[in-house]
Design a protein around this ligand. Structure first.
Ligand SMILES: [Zn+2]
Length: 299
C-alpha cells in the first residue's frame, strides 16, 4: 500500500508578489490523512480557508487562481507543482497575502525547504484518479491528449519562433527523484516587451530578472543565462504537474501536451471530471499471501 504523506514540520518561504508588489510570507503546515490541500488567507480577519479542488480553481492568462467565490489566492501553480512532484497529499498552506511569491520562477527553493523538513507518512492509503478512456482537447494554440496508464507520464513539446527557444520536447515519468533533479530548477519565462506592457497597464507591480527568464527578440537578458538549454520545456512540464493537482489528488495517465497552457489544462481536467472519465481509487497494492508448502511427512 502507498501511504498518504504530509510535511514533517512547518516550511516557510517569503518573496515579492509580482501582481501586488508586496512581500508575502507562505507557511506549509502538516495536515492529517484525507484532509487534502487546504489554502488559508492568513492575512484576512477570520482567516478564510479554501480547499484545493477543480471547482475552486480558475485559469487566468499565465496563472492559476484559487477562489471560494469571495476570497482568492493567485499564482498557486508552482507551489502545487512542488507538492504534487514531491507527492504531498495533505497540507495546510497559510498565505499572508493574495498571491504566492514567484521566487526565482522555479520550485527549487520550495522543494529544498520541503526536503529539509522531511515527510510524515499518514495511516491511510493514497488516493488517486485513474483515467478510464482516452481524451483530447485543443484550443487553436495548443493541444493536450490523455491516455490511460499505470503511472503519470508527460511528454511536452513547445515551439517558439525565437532563436533561443525554437522546438523543444521532453519526456518525464513522475517520481519525486526525477521531479527534483529534472524539473524543479526550470524557471518560468517571459518576453521583455510583454512584461513591460503588463507593467504599464498596472497588471503586474513587481517582478524583475530574479523572478524569471526574460528574453528580448534574440537573447536571454539574465546575466547568469539558462540553467539548461531546454529549461523552457522543463518549465512547461513543471506547470503541467502543478495544474494537474488542481483535481486535489494525483492523476495517473499518459499525457502528450503540445504548446498547451493553464487554461487548456484546466478546461481539459474539468471536462474529463464532469464527463466521468476519472475514477477515484485507493492505491492498495495487491497483497499475496505466501504459504510455504508443507513437507510431506513420511507415513
Ligand atoms: Zn509556470
Amino acid at each position: 500500500m502507498e501511504y498518504q504523506r504530509t510535511v514533517a514540520d512547518k516550511v516557510i518561504f517569503e518573496g515579492e508578489g509580482i501582481y501586488s508588489g508586496k512581500e508575502i510570507r507562505v507557511e506549509i503546515h502538516p495536515l492529517g490523512e484525507n484532509e487534502g490541500i487546504v489554502f488559508e488567507r492568513s492575512d484576512l480577519p477570520h482567516r478564510p480557508r479554501i480547499k484545493l479542488s477543480l471547482k475552486n480553481a480558475i485559469a487566468l492568462e499565465g496563472a492559476v487562481l484559487l477562489t471560494d467565490g469571495t476570497h482568492e489566492i493567485t499564482l498557486i501553480e508552482h507551489l502545487l507543482s512542488a507538492l504534487h512532484g514531491l507527492q504531498i497529499d495533505n497540507a495546510l498552506i497559510r498565505v499572508f497575502g493574495e498571491e504566492i511569491p514567484l521566487l526565482d520562477g522555479s520550485t527549487l527553493l520550495i522543494v529544498r525547504k520541503i526536503q529539509e523538513s522531511g515527510y510524515r507518512l499518514l495511516p491511510a492509503a493514497r488516493r488517486k484518479y485513474l483515467l478510464r478512456k482516452p481524451f483530447s482537447m485543443e484550443n487553436g494554440v495548443g493541444r493536450i491528449k490523455f491516455k490511460p496508464s499505470s503511472r503519470l507520464m508527460i511528454h511536452a513539446t513547445i515551439n517558439f519562433d525565437h532563436p533561443v527557444i525554437g522546438l523543444q520536447s521532453l519526456d518525464f515519468t513522475a517520481t519525486p527523484r526525477d521531479y527534483i533533479n529534472e524539473i524543479s530548477f526550470a524557471r518560468t519565462f517571459g518576453f521583455k516587451r510583454i512584461l513591460e506592457e503588463r507593467k504599464r497597464q498596472g497588471i503586474i507591480k513587481g517582478g524583475n530578472l530574479s523572478n524569471a527568464i526574460v528574453l528580448d527578440e534574440e537573447k536571454v537578458l539574465n546575466k547568469e543565462g539558462l540553467r539548461s538549454k531546454d529549461e523552457f520545456v522543463r518549465h512547461k512540464i513543471l506547470d503541467i504537474v502543478g495544474d494537474l493537482f488542481t483535481i486535489g489528488y494525483p492523476l495517473v495517465a499518459e499525457i502528450r501536451a503540445d504548446m498547451s497552457g493553464h487554461k487548456l489544462h484546466l478546461d481539459a481536467l474539468k471536462t474529463m471530471y464532469e464527463a466521468g472519465y476519472l475514477e477515484e481509487v485507493e492505491s492498495r497494492a495487491l497483497t499475496f499471501l505466501w504459504v510455504p508448502k508443507r513437507k510431506r511427512s513420511p507415513i
